[in-house]
Design a protein around this ligand. Sequence first.
Ligand code: TXA
Ligand code: MG
Length: 311
Amino acid sequence: MKINLANIKKAKNLLNNRECVAIPTETVYGIAGNAYSDTACKKIFRLKKRPANNPLIIHYYDLKKLENDCDFNDNFLKLYKRFCPGPITFILNQKKTSKISKIATNKKNTLAVRFPKHPVTRNLLKYLKFPIAAPSANISSRISAVTSSDVKEDFGKKIKYILEGGRSSVGVESTIIDLRNNPKILRLGGLEVGIIQKILKKKISINTNPSKILAPGQSRIHYSPGIPIRLNVKTIKKNEAYLLIRKSKINKMNHYFLSKKGNLKEALKNLYTILRKIKKDNYKSIAVGKIPHKGFGKTINDRLLRASKFK
Ligand code: TXA
Ligand code: MG
C-alpha cells in the first residue's frame, strides 16, 4: 500500500494535541491516543464507552522505545525477535520509571505491549515522541473494525480523523500472551498458539475464560454483531442467515461463506466483515455451521462463541 505522508502528518498533529484518531493495524483498526497523556486516554474510554477497569494495549515502534516502560525477559525477547512487528501482544511488568498514563492501565503495574506491523502506523509510531494507547475501534462489546468505513459506521463524526490504511490483513485482534511467569495465552488471536509454542519450545497454557477476568476480551459477551448467533447448526430456521466455513454447491441468498475452500486464515480475515454484512443485509439472526477446531479455527470459534452470548 502507498504511504500518504500528508495523512500521517495530520494524524501526528492531532495526537500531539492529545486528540484521538483511528489508525489502521494489520489486525484491526484502533482508536489511538498519546499513552503518556491522561487527557488523551480519557477521551479513548469516553469514545468507546469502555469501562474504566479495562486497560488499553500500548503500541510501540520497537524495543528501544519500550525500554523506559517495561522489564524485558528471555521469553519476551525470543518472541519479539521472531514475530515483531506482528499480531501478538505481551503482558509484561511495568517499570517504576514508566510514564504511561494510569488511566490507560487502570493503575495496574503490568503493561500490554504490541508492535503493529502495518506500514502506515509504523511510520506514524516511528516519529512520535510517545507510544500510542489503542483499543480496537469499535463500540465496547461489539465486533472490531477492519476498514475505515467500519470505523465510520461505529463512530461517525465523533472521531476527529481516520487514518486510511486499506483493509486489515489479519482481520481479528492480536493474540495476547502473559509473559510475567509461565507463559499463558489470555486471548486467542491473529497469531497461532502452535507457532508460539515452537519458538518457546514448550506447551503454553490457554486461559481465555478465567474466573477472574484479566483481559475483558475474555469477557463472555464480546465481538457481537448485535443479533443472535447459534453455533454448530445443521438445519437452519426460516429467515436465518447461514454462515459456513466454505462455499457449498447450494447457492442460496441467505448462505454466506467465510472462505472459498475452507482455508482458515482466509476465513479469519473475512469473519468480521461477513458478520457486519449479514447484519446490513437485514437478517435478524445467524446460524453458523461447524467450524474445524484447529489452528485459526480456534480463534474463529472463540469469537463466535462469545458473540453467541448476545441475546
Ligand atoms: O490487535 C489488537 O490487539 C488491537 C489493535 C488495535 O492493536 N487492539 C485491541 O485492543 O484488540 P482492545 O482494547 O480491544 O483489547 C485489548 C485487550 C483487552 O481485553 C484488555 O483487557 C487487555 O487487552 N489488556 C490490556 N492491558 C492488560 C493488562 N495489563 N493485563 C491483561 N490484559 C490487558
Ligand atoms: Mg476490543
